[in-house]
Every structure is written in structure tokens, then in C-alpha cells.
Design a protein around this ligand. Structure first.
Ligand code: NDP
Length: 302
């Protein structure tokens, strides 16, 4: 069987692409490695997705998008894509199978970046976390450190502050990168403090985390802070390991034009995996819609 389109990744970009391609009556297969929704499933509250005044839980929105895609006829399978082969009929190779298709939409998203400091890997799952929504309840009345100064770090620090006794944000610059409304909101939480111009050098403990060593990069002063948990939110890296021939930028993001066309005809990319300025659920769904419409236009030329 040859699909009209295979979409790789079922985050908001891939699910939106599946909704649009199924409604265009393309024979659509969506391949997802983990579960539908991608990064947004670990977001407690999406406050900036239009239409949900007061916010919507990321997992709930993912479920809605998944149901909508299935309702219009998209097929979803759970497998990991390992390579792509170009040609008039393209091939998507997964761990368990391989599939033929006329077009491909890459919507594989990103994964969290690690600090790569001593103690980080050793304490993953034992105090080092990349998901406050998943792990915050384990830190009730305890002290935690959040690394980073972007939207994720600030949003997750606020979430953690509802459980933890004290939340210390460690940020390498002298001002935060996060959206202003999140920065303003921080001020109303008395149990959140910020260490600016500071980087983490080592996470220290025996069976669990006891301390984190931090250097002030302006003064070179080193201090050890007692903490029970370290939450790392220092950005994202694109999931492009399975891609060989498509043009990527110097950080590994897929280069597309405004219609989501990559450097290979018939292969499109959308969402966070794509080189772009704004990575949000709303821009991911928008990209997904455009990628599907571009696939439709391309199929009309065959
Ligand atoms: P960002 O890339 O936006 O921010 C990463 C932060 O970590 C920056 O403050 C950066 O510092 C810092 N950092 C990077 N590398 C290191 C390092 N090695 N050591 C210490 N600190 C480091 O990532 P986010 O995960 O915050 O956000 C990813 C995307 O998701 C963004 O586009 C964001 O807007 C979006 N997002 C949106 C949300 C919302 O709208 N509510 C919520 C969460 C995420 P520096 O400032 O010095 O570069």
C-alpha cells in the first residue's frame, strides 16, 4: 500500500497536519514514537492557546486533537522512525516496519537539552527532572532548584512553588528571557527567588540529591546550595536523527520555506522541528495546517 502522506510525530503540528490532510481526503498515516501530544502533554496549563480563556491543560488539548484527527480518518501507529528514503514513492523506515508514501510531513518536534554537568545523568529520576508537571508532587515542602530563564523555566518554577517550600531559579544572565507576563507573575510568589549570572557546575549527593554547586560568573564566587531536586529547563533540541539528506540549519532545525517545503520535493516539515522564530502550540498547529495543504498541492502535480 502507498499512503498519500505519512506524518512523523503526533504533537500539535503533526495532529493539525493530520486533521487537514484527512479532511482533504488524503490517505494519511501518522507515526508517533511515544504518545500523542508531544511536549504539550507535560504542560499543566496552556494559557495562550486561543479560544481557551482561563487556559487548557496540555494533555486535554492533545486528546482533543487526537480525537479530531482520528474522526476525520487519520490512522495513527506507535513506532519510531529511523530513516527516510527519497524517490517518487518515498519510504519511511521504522524500528518495526517500513511504509511507502507519496509525501512526508516531518513533525518530530524537539527534546529537552541537558546541562551535561557531573551528577546530572546519575540523578535523573532520583532528583533531576525535566518535567515539573510530572514530578512536582514529590517535592512537597522541600527545596528545589530550577535551571534556566526562558518560558519553560519560569512557568515550571511557578507550578513547583505550589508544592515546594522554596524554589530557587538559577539563570546564567542578569535578566530573564521569559515572556513579560510570566516575569510579572513571578513577583507574587514569595517562595521563589532568582540567582542571576549563575551557572550550575555539579549536582552532589549520595542516594539522593543533597546540594548543587553554583558559580557566579560575574564574581567567580562558588557556593553550595542545599536542595532536594533540580529541574532543568535550558531549552530544546530538534529531533532529526532519522534525517540525512534534508537541509538543516547550524542547530539542526529543518529549513523550510513559508509553505513548509523542505529542500526535498514532496517532503515537508512543520512545528518545533522547523527553523523558525516562535515555537508555540499555536504556531505548531498553524504550520501543520500549511504543511498538509502544501502536500495536497504537491500531489495534484503528480
Ligand atoms: P528557551 O530556549 O526559550 O530558553 C532556555 C533558557 O535556558 C534561556 O534562558 C537560556 O539562557 C538558558 N540556557 C540555555 N542553555 C543553558 C545552559 N547550558 N546552562 C544554563 N542555562 C542555559 O527554552 P524553553 O524551554 O524555555 O522554551 C522553549 C520554547 O517553548 C520557546 O520557544 C518558548 O517560548 C516555548 N514555551 C512557551 C511557553 C508559553 O508560551 N507559555 C511555555 C514553555 C515554553 P539565555 O537566556 O542566556 O539564552
Amino acid at each position: 500500500m502507498v499512503y498519500d502522506v505519512i506524518i512523523i510525530g503526533a504533537g500539535p503540528a503533526g495532529l493539525a497536519a493530520a486533521i487537514y490532510s484527512s479532511r482533504a481526503r488524503l490517505n494519511t498515516l501518522l507515526i508517533e514514537k511515544n504518545g500523542c501530544g508531544g511536549q504539550m502533554t507535560v504542560t499543566d496549563l496552556l494559557e495562550n492557546y486561543p479560544g481557551f480563556n482561563g487556559g487548557i491543560n496540555g494533555f486535554d488539548l492533545a486528546l482533543k486533537l487526537e480525537e479530531q484527527a482520528k474522526e476525520f480518518g487519520a490512522e495513527i501507529i506507535y513506532d519510531e522512525v529511523v530513516s527516510l528514503q527519497d524517490g517518487n514513492i518515498k519510504k519511511v523506515v521504522t524500528v518495526n516496519n517500513s511504509y511507502q508514501t507519496k509525501t512526508i510531513i516531518v513533525a518530530s518536534g524537539t527534546h529537552v537539552k541537558k546541562m551535561n554537568i557531573p551528577g546530572e545523568s546519575a540523578f535523573i529520576g532520583k532528583g533531576v527532572s525535566f518535567c515539573a508537571t510530572c514530578d512536582a508532587p514529590f517535592y512537597k515542602d522541600k527545596d528545589v532548584v530550577v535551571i534556566g530563564g526562558g518560558d519553560s523555566a519560569i512557568q515550571e518554577a511557578i507550578y513547583l512553588s505550589k508544592f515546594a517550600k522554596n524554589v530557587t531559579i538559577v539563570h546564567r544572565k542578569d535578566s530573564l528571557k521569559a515572556t513579560k507576563i510570566l516575569q510579572e507573575r513571578l513577583l507574587s510568589y514569595s517562595n521563589i527567588s532568582i540567582m542571576y549570572n549563575s551557572v550550575a557546575n555539579e549536582i552532589i549527593g549520595t542516594s539522593s540529591i543533597e546540594k548543587i554547586r553554583i558559580t557566579n560568573i560575574k564574581t567567580s564566587q562558588v557556593q553550595e546550595l542545599n536542595t532536594n531536586g533540580v529541574f532543568v529547563f535550558i531549552g530544546l533540541l530538534p529531533n532529526t536523527d532519522f534525517i540525512t539528506n534534508i537541509s538543516l540549519d547550524d542547530q539542526g532545525y529543518v529549513i523550510t520555506d513559508e509553505n513548509m517545503r523542505t529542500s526535498i520535493v514532496g517532503i515537508f516539515a512543520c512545528g518545533d522541528v522547523r527553523k523558525k522564530q516562535l515555537r508555540q502550540v499555536v504556531t505548531a498547529t498553524s504550520d501543520g495546517a500549511q504543511a498538509a495543504v502544501s502536500a495536497v498541492h504537491y500531489l495534484e502535480t503528480l
